[in-house]
Design a protein around this ligand. Sequence first.
Ligand code: A3P
Length: 322
Amino acid sequence: SCKDPEKSQQEFQEIISKAPKNSEWFAFSDLYQYQGFWFTPKFLEGTILAQEQFRHQSNDIILCSYPRTGTTWLKSLSFAIMNRNNSDSLINPLHSVMPHECVPFLEVDLFQRKSIKYYPKVPLVATHLPYSLLPDSVMDSTCKLVYICRDPKDVFVSLWHFLGNVKDKETKIDEFSLQKGFDLFCNGVSLHGPYWDHVLGYWRASLEFSENILFIKYEDLKEKTSLHVKRLAEFMGYPFSLDEQREGVVEKIIEICDFHNLRNLEVNKKGEYAIFESVVVQNNKYFRKGQVGDWKNYLTAEMQERLDCIVDQKLQGSGLTL
Ligand code: A3P
């Protein structure tokens, strides 16, 4: 049953007052551990609200990811795929709207009463929630999920750059040490982390419910974009017809969502995106390098070995390698 927002508020206050807390990442805010994962208060509040109040629509497709794994790319591709035959949108909104404003965030936009205009509305929702914390309404349904994951070393490097660039009204970040962030990440203490648990939850679910969960790796999407974009479209129920393929529609979508194309658009060069009212990010921070293996420019061989070793151990026996 649907609880009223005040009850959810009380529940949130109670959970946060008891939750283990970590104050070492001074970007965003303190992190609180809830059911095995770390959240900022705002994300935790949204999680609880979403768990209690989200009711999926039968054709919803939920784009799931850990931050910095390719969410922005997945959002743009899915949005462009779904929207390609929409006669209302002669000019593709991705040319003038930041991808995050095209697809609402489940635990952020839907329940924290932020007024964002989505144009045009497509049945897409995005979330950073771990699989085990998805609302029952999603778990009980045959709603389709797409999950994107990425090499943990690149995720960490991307996250570290990102956090150093987030403008938070309460905290001023000048320099956040790479080593300190790395230690925290390796200990599983990172926003929505531990990363490997986030990935494993969706990986196992994708094996069990293969018809309803599509699991994609950022590296595969980079290497064989066309193949995976076609797979994505088919999974979403918007397959490319042979005519469309002949007419180059797949390539067109890939081009629109290409890193360099999006990055050079006015909206993404100059605009800002308010995740929450107090957390504002410049759109260009979502388009940093877009490469595979940039970690090599930041992590030492020792750091590489340490993180690889942790991840290998955690993924052992799962059939997944990262
Ligand atoms: P880097 O920091 O390594 O460049 P998320 O969207 O989940 O926050 O992930 C952000 C990462 O995806 C960043 O990685 C960003 O540059 C990259 N990215 C954003 N848009 C992309 C695109 N269209 N194609 C490929 N990578 C993209």
